[in-house]
Ligand binder design. Structure first.
Ligand SMILES: C[S@@+](CC[C@H](N)C(=O)[O-])C[C@H]1O[C@@H](n2cnc3c(N)ncnc32)[C@H](O)[C@@H]1O
Length: 384
């Protein structure tokens, strides 16, 4: 663990005695220079601690672009067209999106691509990726959503943003909910139980989950997720919010991890103890999509549909590309095409990433009937 992180945690623990898990996670991931996402030695991607769908194959970015292009059409081809990606990692999705967008000159000309990225190291990497593909002038960067001008017509999207936001860890006891805090006792960081740091945390848990959770069981709640989706909604006058992440609707998202396994730490693609190697390993938690729906409503967003990555890709041209590659592979005994096909299919197959990743589409400023049945992502419905 870096000295900077150790010192920051020690200082905060001296001042406060204990930290909520959300405070601990904020320092571990977002300390300005030593946090996991802000270190020079960020190890995201193949060979790193974890990889994300855009890094598996450019078809992912192409399908996102295809979906956004369709939204642009539905909105009457506005120019300028605001496209905001929040939490862009190393910039792969942005450049793949723009490359696909170039297929329609009018769409590409209308797109005003914005990235909101909290970290300087990552936004530098994004700039480098954009420069390499000739898109530097096409993207505008912000550090927070607060800096972005409002009243926009367009689309805001994210991939694996919400799962990286800090969560509080709670548990159910006979007398009600308790919170788990982090303390340091010389042997390392450990958890202690205490009263809720803020009674409003309970408002993040839907009534069914509160009822179904048994005494002794646990869950994680993410106030930051509610705040972010609300802010996204407020930036839009008319348009869509597209969220891709792992998680589920409540109560399923909570009941799956009721033994307290909802926060996961990844180090070199292995699951490890979240309280070790602070700042050197990724921390992540499943997203409660029901919370995004509820809190989005406060900012005028309504739910258009909820699906998974397999259906999202399937409805956005993925299968054409697969068929193309299959033909190539068959006709030319092309082993490279075979390998590429396997990568693509790992995004799609339910046992791989196709089912764990979910997709939520919300809209604002439109008649629901004008959208119904018109989005590729929702062409194929989810089995109940
Ligand atoms: C798990 S990574 C996903 C990266 C990328 N979307 C991908 O799919 O490869 C999370 C990203 O969200 C960014 N992030 C987290 N919290 C943020 C915030 N509050 N504002 C802006 N970016 C944030 C991180 O810095 C990082 O770029």
């Amino acid at each position: 663990m870096s000295e900077l992180i150790r010192n920051e945690l020690a200082k905060r623990l001296r001042e406060q005695g204990k930290l909520t898990f959300a405070e601990f996670m904020s320092i571990a991931l977002y300390h300005p220079t030593a946090g996991y996402y802000n270190r020079q030695a960020m190890t995201i991607g193949p060979g790193g601690d974890f990889y994300t769908s855009p890094m598996v194959h450019p078809i992912f970015g192409a399908c996102v672009a295809r979906q956004v292009w369709q939204m642009w059409n539905l909105l009457g081809k506005p120019d300028p067209f605001f496209v905001l990606e929040m939490g862009a990692g190393v910039g792969t999705l942005a450049v793949d999106f723009l490359q696909m967008a170039e297929r329609d000159a009018a769409f590409f000309a209308a797109v005003r691509y914005q990235i909101v990225e909290q970290g300087a190291v990552l936004s530098e990497r994004q700039r480098a990726a954009a420069a390499e593909r000739g898109y530097l002038g096409k993207i505008k960067w912000y550090q927070t959503l607060d800096e972005v001008p409002g009243k926009q017509v367009g689309v805001i999207f994210s991939n694996e943003l919400f799962d990286a936001l800090p969560v509080h860890r709670l548990g159910k006891r006979e007398a009600g909910f308790v919170e788990y805090y982090i303390v340091e006792d010389g042997a390392g960081y450990r958890e202690v139980e205490g009263a809720l740091s803020d009674p409003a945390l309970l408002e993040l848990i839907d009534a069914t989950t509160q009822e179904l959770l048994q005494v002794g069981e646990r869950l994680e709640v993410c106030p930051a997720a509610g705040a972010v989706i609300e802010q996204m909604g407020s930036l839009l006058e008319t348009g869509f919010v597209l969220t891709i992440d792992y998680g589920n609707l409540a109560p399923d998202v909570y009941l799956r991890h009721r033994k307290g396994t909802g926060v996961r730490a990844f180090w070199k693609q292995k699951l490890v103890d979240p309280l070790e190697r602070v700042g050197e390993q990724d921390l992540t938690a499943d997203v409660d999509f029901s919370l995004l729906v509820r809190r989005g409503e406060r900012a005028g967003l309504f739910e258009v549909g909820f699906t998974d990555q397999m259906h999202f890709l399937g409805g956005n041209g993925f299968l054409h590309k697969v068929a193309e590659l299959q033909n190539r592979s068959r006709q030319q005994f092309d082993l490279m095409a075979d390998e590429e096909l396997h990568k693509m299919l790992s995004l799609f197959m339910p046992q791989s990433l196709g089912e764990v990743f979910k997709v939520l589409i919300q809209a604002k400023g439109m008649e629901p009937a004008a959208i119904e049945g018109k989005l590729g992502a929702l062409t194929f419905t989810l089995d109940e």
